[in-house]
Design a protein around this ligand. Sequence first.
Ligand code: UDP
Length: 457
Amino acid sequence: MAEQQHRRRLVLFPSPLQGHINPMLQLATILHSHSKGALSITIIHIHFNSPNPSNYPNFTFLPISDGLSQSQRKSSTEDLIAFATLLNLSCVNPFRDCLVNKILSQQHEPPVACIISDSSMHFTQPVADSLQLPCIGLRTKSELEAPVRELPPLKVKDLPVVKTHNLEAFYQLVADMVKQTKASAGLIVNSFESLDQSAFQLLSQEFAVPIFPIGPFKKFGPASSSSLLTQDQSCISWLNKQPPSSVVYISFGSAATISEAQLVEIAMGLANSEQSFLWVIRPGSVVGSCRSDDDKDKNEDDKFTELLPQKFNEIFMSGRGCIVKWAPQEEVLAHPSIGGFWTHSGWNSTLESICEGVPMLCWPCFGDQKVNARFVSKVWRVGLQLENGLEREEIERSLRRLMMQENNKEREELMVRAKDLKEMAELCQREGGSSFQSLQNLIDYIFSRNSDLKIAN
Ligand code: UDP
């Protein structure tokens, strides 16, 4: 890789959602550092949920207009499918104009080797084709849907639920993603072979394009923060004061919501479990209470306190818990005081937990989360799953099973398997490991692409 003599320019286009921006910027960092700077990185992004360029001084950021109204932007939390569908229409011209006028016209810059685009932003493929540029997709979610077909361990209730009011738009989005992935120059996946073996075999058969499983991205080295919300570092000082493996970390990611009644069930389950906790309550995540963007009012904390039951507040005030609006999650999961992760089973959160060997309690909500959760609890067996929604008694029981350290054989076994899985994730990235090899193949492949060649299709 290092001996590549000619620099090439890579153009990346992330979807503007937190769980998609993080892996895309991690990938950009990996490709930049592993090509020893031979790949220059340009990120085209929409204004909404823009990444912070000052965290990435080596990259060029080119914002484009998304043409969305304020209410359409809101669908990014309320109806992810409607949001993705809108972006796939409204970004076509700005994306193309940016490529033509700000990138391809610059003769003094290295030639563009290819575009890497979030797979859900499938409009990029026909634009790339029309400009005779290769386009590789990045799949930021799991591939575990592949083995669903009537196979154990999945149950009917695990089949992905979609956060949308329009199922037809969902089917159309999936059909477009599949079509454009088949037309693409390849697919990068944030996972590793030994975790997802059968899914990769199916993917290769189905798509007949080169597949590059090079995850977990974060294991290739630290990347700058791409967090859209400010991460509250005060929770790290609080964690520093807790005994080893004693705290359960609770976060449901950037898009899942709970009702006020569910908030109370969680609080009571936590109080009764007698476990210490670090709980992320994201602004806007409790439906019916404060909304995030337009309503950053000063009394937000008071509103949450009003909703929380007195018994919980007493325990919270006694210092057994810490609540933040957004945490430095990767740092939290790596902290020695963390003994478990109660998660919504988003793919990034799942991988981040696997990388730190932290056992999980899964409460999946939508998309690939239900499938991820079933694999965590039944295939890799590094976690438990809440089977009946958010209900205080099951929460209490599950937290004790996950967290209690004395005479808890179940936890001991979870910990052994979590440690094994963590080691597998580490091994695949060492020299000779599957992700290490795939990354090398990807970089060679990128350098072998010649954007002057017409792409078949
Ligand atoms: N995250 C974070 N702080 C938080 C909660 C989440 O930085 O308090 C990050 C987390 O590390 C992960 C991402 O947000 O990288 C969430 O992605 P995931 O795929 O787990 O879920 P999604 O938000 O897409 O539902």
